[in-house]
Design a binder for this molecule. Sequence first.
Ligand SMILES: NC(=O)c1ccc[n+]([C@@H]2O[C@H](COP(=O)([O-])OP(=O)(O)OC[C@H]3O[C@@H](n4cnc5c(N)ncnc54)[C@H](O)[C@@H]3O)[C@@H](O)[C@H]2O)c1
Length: 275
Amino acid sequence: MTIPANSSGTALVAGGAGFLGSYLCERLIAEGWRVICVDNLHTGTLENLDDLSRESRFSLIEADITKPLPDRLHVDRIYNLACPVSPPHYQADPVHTLLTNVPGMRNLLELARTSEARILQTSTSEVYGDPAQHPQTEAYWGNVNPTGVRACYDEGKRAAETLCFDYKRRHGVSVRVARVFNTYGPRMRPDDGRIVSNLVVQAMAICGKPLTIYGSGEQTRSFCYVTDLIEGLSRLIALDQEIDMPVNLGNPEEFSINELAALVSAMTGSTSEVN
Ligand SMILES: NC(=O)c1ccc[n+]([C@@H]2O[C@H](COP(=O)([O-])OP(=O)(O)OC[C@H]3O[C@@H](n4cnc5c(N)ncnc54)[C@H](O)[C@@H]3O)[C@@H](O)[C@H]2O)c1
């Protein structure tokens, strides 16, 4: 594979073979960028890149961001989406998840520094942990258990944010941090393990499995459609004004889990019961 050296209009997308990353790569190609996707294919798939593989401006480097990146890379924009997002996947190897978030982030920030590239980090609403404030604004510092089973993800993402803003202060790197809220759409993995894909998979099972709802179902969440989220990421990185804090990105409206289950049932024509 040829790595474009000293090119202009080159975007690197770490985690580009994943759910959100593959949409972002498609959008960047449509905008005329040359796109280098760096992915270890842990939760991402080549199938997600099917349409892109025919594009001459698209290339895939199968690599892990915890390891040093190829020497000759020089890029204009960097997007970091590399990190498993669903709990069963990020908890399968928690140490690697933490390393992806911290040394992995550092490798990309170093590339941003040496390339003088703008970098966008996809952080998460999980940095608010078990929040004592609703809804969470960016000014809220969160309530996170540093030793729990989710810490490799949420504390990892918090440390990645710290690295981003330290690189900005110390090295003048132009960083954008998006705190992404729950996002859904085609290409989510059926084994994602989170509520939207669980309900859809259950409703679409032959003979319809009962839809599992934990608790009363009155608890609310926000769900953002994938292309809306990609629009948000694109606008955030395009802003020329420097932004000294993370930005929440998601659907501002909340829905109850009962409402979601009813919608999934109606849209799939499912006869599943709700448990
Ligand atoms: N989807 C959501 O609802 C959501 C919510 C909040 C935050 N996010 C963030 O958005 C980003 C993308 O999420 P997604 O839903 O596309 O997840 P995903 O699991 O589908 O994609 C992650 C991609 O990163 C790759 N990857 C993981 N570790 C890597 C490593 N060490 N080196 C190279 N590649 C690696 C995976 O193979 C995969 O292609 C993640 O950083 C996630 O934390 C997503």
